[in-house]
Design a protein around this ligand. Structure first.
Ligand code: FES
Ligand code: FES
Length: 156
C-alpha cells in the first residue's frame, strides 16, 4: 500500500492504495465520489469518465498510483454554491436522462467539449461522445442539452 494525493473537485484528498488499484475504485470506494459510475471495468462503457488534469479519461483504465498528484474534476465539481452548472441545468431542462446512470459521464464530457468548442456541429458532438454508452438511448436529448448550454459557454 502507498499513499497518494489527489485534488478532487478542488479539495485535496489522500488515500492509501494498492499498486494495482484503479482510479475508478479509489474515487468511488475510498473517496466516496459517487457520480463516477461503472458498468464494464474495461474501457467500453465510458461511464467512469472523469477529467484528470483537464483531460477526459476512463478512470477504470488508470491506476490510482498513476494519478498521484493529479487534479480530478467530476460532475459534482461543476456545482457551485449549490447551483448546478449550465450544462447540468440543460440536461434537466431537455430531459436528457432516464435512469440517470450514465448522466454524470455525459455531463462532464459535454462540459469538456463545450469548453473547447462552444459551437460544435451535431457530427462533432456525436463523435466526441462516441465513447459513452447510454442504455436508455437519450442521445438526441443529450445533443439538445448541449445546444441549450452552449450560449453560457460562448460567453465565458
Ligand atoms: S467502467 Fe470504465 S469504461 Fe466502463
Ligand atoms: S439515462 Fe439511463 S443509461 Fe443513460
Amino acid at each position: 500500500m502507498r499513499e497518494i494525493t489527489l485534488t478532487v473537485n478542488g479539495e485535496r484528498r489522500k488515500a492509501m492504495v494498492k499498486d494495482n488499484e484503479l482510479l475508478l475504485d479509489v474515487l468511488r470506494d475510498k473517496l466516496y465520489v459517487k457520480s463516477v459510475k461503472a458498468a464494464c471495468w474495461r474501457g467500453e462503457c465510458g461511464l467512469c469518465t472523469v477529467l484528470m488534469n483537464d483531460r477526459l479519461v476512463k478512470s477504470c483504465l488508470v491506476l490510482a498510483v498513476e494519478a498521484d498528484g493529479a487534479e480530478i474534476l467530476t460532475a459534482e465539481g461543476l456545482v457551485k454554491d449549490g447551483e448546478p452548472s449550465p450544462i447540468q441545468k440543460a440536461f434537466i431542462e431537455k430531459g436528457a436522462l432516464q435512469c440517470g446512470f450514465c448522466t454524470p459521464a455525459f455531463v462532464i464530457s459535454s462540459h469538456k467539449l463545450l469548453t473547447m468548442n462552444p459551437n460544435p456541429s451535431d457530427e462533432e458532438i456525436r463523435s466526441f461522445l462516441s465513447g459513452l454508452i447510454c442504455r436508455c438511448g437519450t442521445y438526441n436529448q443529450i445533443i439538445e442539452a448541449i445546444r441549450g448550454a452552449q450560449k453560457a459557454y460562448a460567453s465565458r
